[in-house]
Design a protein around this ligand. Structure first.
Ligand SMILES: N[C@@H](CCC(=O)N[C@@H](CS)C(=O)NCC(=O)O)C(=O)O
Length: 212
């Protein structure tokens, strides 16, 4: 079988989630950087992903996009530790958390706060403070909900690492670097404990947001 290939920028949260799954499984893969920050989404990427998003994935001629589909494929197609719990309730919790992240958390946390607070200054643009203020209530709800669902477990869906952790970690890694995270994490210290555990993992350390 060929080595799989992942297409996307290192700075993308969803690309990093797919990389984390590949790293945790111990899969040897090609990583092709695709930039959409300095210009429009490249045509080659739109051929791979008709909705002009990242990441995209290819394995043995099989092409796939949508990050949760990629994560599950990686978990199921390759040897290595399972990233989806056997226990049906833990698996349902994992699926619930991934759905929360995609439906609510990503857009307010990355789409609003991170873009405005961290990315706009890098592009020499002013952050939209009103957009940040408007995003904060849903971010607070997201973080308190995720902390409560984790409870006293080591990981988000139980005591086994799962795709829920890999889906959230890149979002959290940006979030924790915004000043707005301080008061929210003070109230949800379980998420900081979770990150302390996650940040020790080789997969996290091997997938920095800056290509290198
Ligand atoms: N539903 C897609 C969402 C992917 C997505 O939104 N990726 C972001 C980067 S993390 C992106 O491509 N942004 C480019 C844009 O919105 O123009 C998936 O699950 O893969």
């Amino acid at each position: 079988m060929d080595k799989p290939t992942l297409y996307g920028p290192a700075y993308s949260t969803y690309t990093r989630s797919a990389r984390l799954a590949l790293e945790e499984k111990g899969v040897d893969y090609n990583f092709v950087e695709v930039d959409f920050m300095q210009g429009p989404m490249p045509d080659e990427q739109i051929e791979r992903h008709p909705f002009a998003r990242v990441p995209a994935f290819e394995h043995d001629g099989f092409q796939l996009y949508e990050v949760t589909a990629i994560e599950r494929y990686v978990d199921e197609a390759f040897d290595g530790p399972s990233l989806q719990p056997e226990n049906v309730q833990e698996r349902a919790r994992m699926n619930q958390i991934i759905s929360i992240l995609d439906s609510y958390t990503y857009s307010c946390t990355v789409g609003q706060l991170v873009i405005q607070r961290l990315v706009m200054p890098m592009l020499d643009k002013q952050p939209d403070e009103a957009a940040i203020t408007a995003a904060l209530p849903e971010i607070a709800t997201s973080m308190s909900t995720l902390a409560a669902l984790r409870g006293n477990n080591t990981f988000l869906a139980g005591n086994q690492l799962s795709l829920a952790d890999l889906h959230f970690a890149p979002i959290f890694d940006y979030f924790r670097n915004t000043p707005e995270s301080g008061p929210i994490l003070e109230k949800n210290s379980g998420l900081s404990d979770w990150w302390n555990e996650m940040s020790e993992r080789t997969s996290i350390q091997k997938t920095p947001f800056q290509p290198g």
